[in-house]
Design a protein around this ligand. Structure first.
Ligand SMILES: [Zn+2]
Length: 58
């Protein structure tokens, strides 16, 4: 299922993964408050890995 994507610099909406105007990587428009490039997801995974290491599980 295609999600509506948004170009943040242009503040415009598209279905393509790269903006046709500025070539910026577009981000999912839904949910609107979610992190643009999922960097928090990456951070979350890293933080979890650190916790696992501290617990001696890795
Ligand atoms: Zn753009």
């Amino acid at each position: 299922m295609k999600h509506l994507l948004k170009c943040v610099p242009c503040n415009s909406y598209t279905l393509k993964e790269a903006c046709a105007v500025c070539s910026a990587t577009t981000v999912p428009a839904i949910p609107p408050r979610y992190s643009p490039d999922d960097k928090y997801g990456d951070y979350r995974r890293k933080a979890k890995e650190v916790n696992l290491r501290m617990d001696g599980l890795l």
